[in-house]
Design a protein around this ligand. Structure first.
Ligand code: R5P
Length: 297
């Protein structure tokens, strides 16, 4: 197996994938032209091998997608078709339908070219919605890492909560693996202002350690509101197990104020803020390689 690492792949994940997948790396040359356009040249020793391209699509989602497509076209030019992709974080997948008239289905607009390049399979972590595979017509292996993350963090959890009904499948999977109860909160997001409100049906969380599970934390609005509500209901400690942490300094402040005990996340993306001690980043290299190596080719 040969791995081609593009610039979005976080350094910690690159080292870990190299170690755990026991694969060779494809050499490449890259530069940016003075006008900002990207250039890539793949050194042509990859023929006849299983080629896996690794790219994470954040930060700077748009440029990372362009880089990915340039690399796939270059591979095709070298006669390497049917490559596989590890895209730990797939940007633009939250807009998987037209919520308001006149909006695009972003996931369709941005990922349809994967068909053009005959991509055989995409390995990703925790897609916002499993619908994405149908929308873009590519075989996607959507891996949910919450149980792996909880194990690595070694926290004591009594109850698992999804912040909205759409995240219930994550809560259920983690709950089943830990043998704990689970439920969901009711979330409402104003599609125009982005304002969030969170409420619950009857929920007894008194003195319990709760884990909120979700795919993404971005502004922190969802997580902060849910955390505060759970403390108001008498929870002991509130943890969050969230795969992709697309956060700014402002998000960190919002979450600090909420009293969140710990946020457990992954190295699916590179973080461009200083990560405080209460955020634990779990390396998912071993988790991804396990999947890759057990897949039939
Ligand atoms: C949306 O439904 C997602 O699953 C997350 O809950 C959302 O992206 C979190 O965003 P924020 O941190 O901005 O509330």
């Amino acid at each position: 197996m040969l791995l081609l690492f593009l610039s979005g792949a976080p350094q910690s994940l690159v080292s870990s994938l190299k170690g755990h997948c026991k694969a060779y790396t494809i050499e490449k040359m890259q530069k940016v032209f003075p006008d900002g356009e990207q250039y890539i040249r793949i050194l042509p020793e990859a023929k006849g091998e299983r080629v896996v391209v690794v790219q994470s699509l954040y930060p700077d989602q748009d440029r990372k997608l362009v880089e990915l497509y340039l690399a796939l076209e270059a591979l095709q030019g070298l006669g390497i078709v049917n490559s596989e992709l590890i895209l730990p974080y797939m940007a633009y997948t939250r807009q998987d339908r037209r919520f308001l008239t006149g909006e695009p289905i972003s996931v369709k607009a941005l990922y349809l070219p994967l068909q053009l390049f005959n991509v055989k399979k995409v390995y990703t972590l925790d897609l916002h919605s499993p619908r994405v595979s149908e929308v873009i017509g590519v075989n996607i292996k959507n891996l949910l890492p919450h149980a792996y993350m909880a194990r690595k963090a070694g926290i004591n959890i009594d109850f698992i909560l999804a912040p909205d009904k759409g995240a219930l499948h994550r809560a259920q999977l983690l709950a089943e693996s830990l043998g704990k109860p689970f439920d969901y909160l009711e979330k409402y997001r104003d599609r125009v202002t982005g304002e969030i409100s969170v409420s619950s049906h009857e929920l007894d969380v008194k003195n319990m350690n709760i884990a909120i599970v979700d795919d993404i934390v971005s502004t922190g609005g969802t997580l902060a509101k849910a955390t505060q509500m759970l403390y108001n209901l008498g929870a002991n400690k509130v943890y969050a197990i969230i795969t992709h942490t697309l956060i700014s300094e402002r998000t960190i402040k919002t979450l600090e104020v909420s009293g969140l005990e710990k946020l457990i996340t992954t190295n699916s993306i590179s973080h461009n803020v200083t990560i405080p001690a209460w955020i634990q980043i779990v390396d998912v290299g071993e988790f991804l390689c396990g999947e890759l190596l057990s897949a039939s080719v």
